[in-house]
Design a protein around this ligand. Structure first.
Ligand SMILES: [Mn+2]
Length: 195
């Protein structure tokens, strides 16, 4: 069974197309109109070895809020659909990623229970047209729409670009571990029999 999903989502604020393939890392193309966000999504996909296509047309004349949040909603929904019955997935993933002086940490559980713990001090408000406070909004949108318990933390660092980059790479690596099929697991990796 192909673990893939696609979604078109249109509101008065954004028009978004997303395609996800958990087992085809070759295809990555990201175009959101928010340069730094494109950079982060590309890192997430490459380090997660996840196929990801995102095309977004949002109300950037206001700011990048709706675009970043809605892309998070759409990617989260696609991940949930692509995971299907979640049989034989590892379920948990944890990663520390250093980016020069910054250290990012992500630990997650594809639990079906959305929860976000986000802990990062981001000094710069903006990176290009990306508002750095949207990093938390993005992770919340993914967590709630994919059904993931997600803990994301920057342990230390100085440069805001490095800190956020460390988080997105750690998220990618943790996701890879969690979505990976493990032949040693019979059925769903839960004593409840359901995720
Ligand atoms: Mn960078």
């Amino acid at each position: 069974m192909a673990r893939t999903a696609e979604l078109s989502r249109t509101t008065t604020e954004t028009d978004i197309q997303v395609w996800v393939d958990l087992d085809n890392q070759e295809e990555v193309s990201i175009e959101t109109g928010v340069g730094f966000f494109d950079h982060m999504l590309t890192l997430f996909a490459r380090h997660g070895r996840i196929g990801l296509k995102v095309k977004a047309n949002g109300d950037l004349h206001i700011d990048s809020h709706h675009t970043v949040e809605d892309v998070g909603i759409a990617i989260g929904a696609c991940i949930k659909e692509a995971l299907g019955d979640k049989k034989q997935i590892n379920r948990y993933g944890t990663s520390y990623v250093p980016m020069d002086e910054a250290l990012g940490f992500v630990s997650l559980d594809i639990s079906g229970r959305p929860f976000l713990v986000f802990d990062a001090e981001l000094k710069n408000d903006k990176l290009g047209n990306y508002d750095t406070e949207l990093t938390e909004e993005f992770f919340r949108a993914i967590s709630f729409n994919a059904g993931i318990t997600l803990h994301a933390r920057v342990l230390y660092g100085r440069n805001t670009h490095h800190k956020i980059e460390a988080l997105f790479k750690a998220f990618g690596r943790a996701m890879r571990e969690a979505v990976e099929i493990n032949e040693k697991i019979t059925g769903v990796n839960s004593t409840k029999g359901l995720l």
